[in-house]
Each structure stands twice: as C-alpha cells, then as structure tokens.
Design a protein. Structure first.
Length: 393
C-alpha cells in the first residue's frame, strides 16, 4: 500500500473514459446512419446505447467505491467536488448570459454589415408571443401541476399512504448510515467488508491507545473502555462508530465497580463493535504472541492518519508543560517504539524523542514542544472539546 502525504485523491488509470468516448462515437455515427436509412444503422445504434449504459454503470460503480469503501473522498475532495459543481452551474449561467449578450448587442445596435436593421433582411423570426410564449408557459406550469397532482392525489385523497410515507421517513432518519453487511445479527463470516476509511482510522488509533480486540467465534471485534471522567469522549466515539454502522445504536454500557479503598467506586463505560471475519487480519497483526499483549505491525505507517493520531492522543496522550506531548507507550518494545517514532517523523514531520519510564523495558514517546503547533493543526479538527487539554489547550 502506498503512502499519501496529502488529503487529495489521485485517480488511478481507468479504461472507462476511453471506452465511453468510443461508445459516444459509435452512438453518434450509428444514429446518423439510422436516420438516413443505412443498412444495420438501427443495430449499431442499439449497440452504441448499450455501450453507453455499460460505461455509466461501471464508471459510477468505481466512483461510489472510491467514495465509500476506499474512503478517497476526504473533506478536501468533497469540497473540491462541490466547488467544481458550483463552477459548472456558474459556467452554464455565463453561457446563457453570453447568448443574451450577443442577441441584445446585435439587436439594439445592428452593425453596418447587417444593414443596420434587426432582424437582418431575409430572415423570418417567430413571434415571441406565440409558440415561444406557449413553450415557456408549459415549462413553468408543468412543475406546478406535477406538484399539485402529487400532493392532492397521493397525500390528500390517500391519507393512509401519507401516514405510511411519514413513517418511512422517520425510520430512515433513525437508521444509521450503514453498509448492508453491518446489520445486527448477521454472521461474522458474511460481514466481509470492505470497510469505511474512517472506521479504519479510528480502530488503528484506538489500538495504539486504550482500545482492544477480541476474537468472537469466526471473527474479531473491537472493545472500547473509558473512565467516567472521559464520558464525553467515549460517547463521541460511539456516535462516530454507530453512525458508520459498526455497532449498536444503544449507548455505551455503564459499569460500576468497587476498587481498593474504603467506599471507593469506579464508574466507567464500555461498548463493542460488531464482529467481522474481515477484521481477523488486524487481530493477527496486533496480537501475534498472546491475546493480552499488543504489538505494533510493520505496516502501521500505512494506516496512521490525523484522525487515528487524534484518537491515540485522546486515549494515551498527556500534555507536559514546556516539553510537549507524552504517549504512554509502556506496553510496546523499544523496537516498536522506534518504529512509531520513525512514522511520526517521516509521515507527519514531527520531532519525536524516546524516554525510559524508570521501569525495565518500558518507554514513552514524546512529541517535542517545537512540533506542538503542527500536531495541533493536524489533530484539532478531531479532538473532542473536553479532551483538548491533552494538547495543552
């Protein structure tokens, strides 16, 4: 997997533009042949239309996959697409403006070459108050008439249908934006992915911090656990994951436990994702030796993003005044900590150092004060307000 140091989508080579151009050429030429009665013109026209249909289906399929499953349509890409569409609308408006400009320029001040008259001699024009006016009335009234038919015939004459329509809308609003295989009570073997990019960023960042994975039957799932003081954070995390369709809509489970000390009670919250067999590779990569001991896989640099970095900070980050941000990476080996250091330095251009904790074979990662401003710029869009203190804010 290649590394990307920017949020933009560099489109991979695709055969569909060339195939679409060929389809349009075949359709246009065969249409002309068909109109003029040439042999096999109708057959070629049908083939051209089928080719255009295939082009639209497979090309839009690829765009949908890039936007959803592969997660290439980041906020920057979405903004660019919206701006491009706005510019398209503006260009259409300017096109009509130029046509009207040309008309009024020639009609209000006819040139000498036209005989200084408008319309030019020998050209018969339609009366604007006849057919053109009728077409305008039909165009504008058709929308009004269709709306009247819909509301009167469907919603007034058929009140039961209107009630059903309202019920369907309310159900759709309550449903999470989910993929078909994310529905509850589907066997893990049928939850095969591919997965949304945001969920991958969240779970990878969580595995670097407090998140854990569990084997459940034929699949794997993630478990999230936070103390009561981090309630807003875990509820935000649950909201993000449930909106993506990867866990139940039920709120995180409240856990009350008695800890050491007199009348000492610990309050915490926990929730789990659904189980997926297509997450087994993540479990195998992070839990090589034993179920309780996490390791850092070699490919961590491919999956560490600003969002996953923000999750890691909210899980295990700590602001140290005049020093920077400390990650409690005690459970990782020196080799793994050095790998994380290299990724943070090479991918995000952050100055990083490693310090011993005072316990044998335990190390903490520090992002130095000189890189604190850059770290904030990368992660602040994803940091929950109550967790901003971990960035010194």
């Amino acid at each position: 997997m290649s590394l990307h140091y920017h949020p933009y989508h560099i489109v991979t080579p695709s055969p569909w533009p060339a195939f679409g151009s060929l389809s349009a050429l075949v359709t246009a030429m065969s249409a002309v042949a068909f109109f003029h009665g040439y042999l096999f013109g109708d057959l070629m026209l049908i083939i051209g239309i089928i080719m255009l249909g295939i082009t639209m289906a497979v090309w839009w399929r690829d765009v949908i996959r890039e936007a959803t499953f592969q997660g290439h349509h980041t906020l920057e890409v979405q903004t660019g697409l919206k701006q491009g569409f706005i510019l398209f609308i503006v260009s259409e408006a300017l096109l009509f403006f130029s046509l009207f400009w040309a008309f009024f320029h020639n009609s209000l001040s006819p040139s000498v070459e036209l005989g200084a008259v408008w319309p030019p001699v020998g050209i018969e024009v339609l009366n604007p108050w006849q057919v053109p006016l009728l077409n305008t009335i039909i165009l504008l009234s058709s929308g009004i008439i269709c709306q009247k038919w819909i509301f009167q015939d469907l919603f007034i004459k058929l009140p039961n249908l209107y009630a059903l329509f309202e019920k369907e809308i309310s159900l759709l609003e309550e449903m999470p934006k989910t993929l078909p295989f994310n529905t509850f009570k589907i066997p893990s073997l049928k939850r095969i992915g591919p997965h949304n990019k945001d969920i991958m960023d969240i779970v990878i960042g969580s595995l670097l911090g407090d998140g854990t994975m569990e084997r459940d039957g034929n699949g794997s799932r993630f478990a999230f656990y936070q103390e009561d003081k981090n309630k807003e954070y875990i509820f935000w995390l649950h909201s993000r994951i449930s909106d993506l369709g990867y866990c139940k809509l039920d709120k995180p489970k409240l856990l009350i436990r008695k800890s050491s000390g007199i009348n000492s009670i610990r309050i915490s919250y926990r929730f789990r994702t659904f189980t997926y067999s297509s997450w087994n590779w993540i479990y195998s990569a992070f839990y090589i030796t034993s179920p309780g001991r996490k390791v850092i896989p070699e490919f961590i640099g491919d999956y560490l993003t600003p969002l996953s970095l923000a999750i890691w900070i909210m899980d295990d980050g700590c602001y140290i005044k005049n020093r920077g941000i400390k990650f409690s990476s005690n459970c990782f080996t020196l080799k793994e900590v050095n790998l994380l250091k290299a990724v943070l330095r090479n991918k995000f251009n952050l100055e990083v150092s490693i310090h011993k904790t005072g316990v044998v074979n335990q190390y903490n990662i520090y992002i130095l004060k000189s890189s604190l401003s850059r770290l904030r710029d990368l992660t602040i869009p994803y940091i929950v307000p109550t967790m901003r203190y971990k960035l010194g804010l």
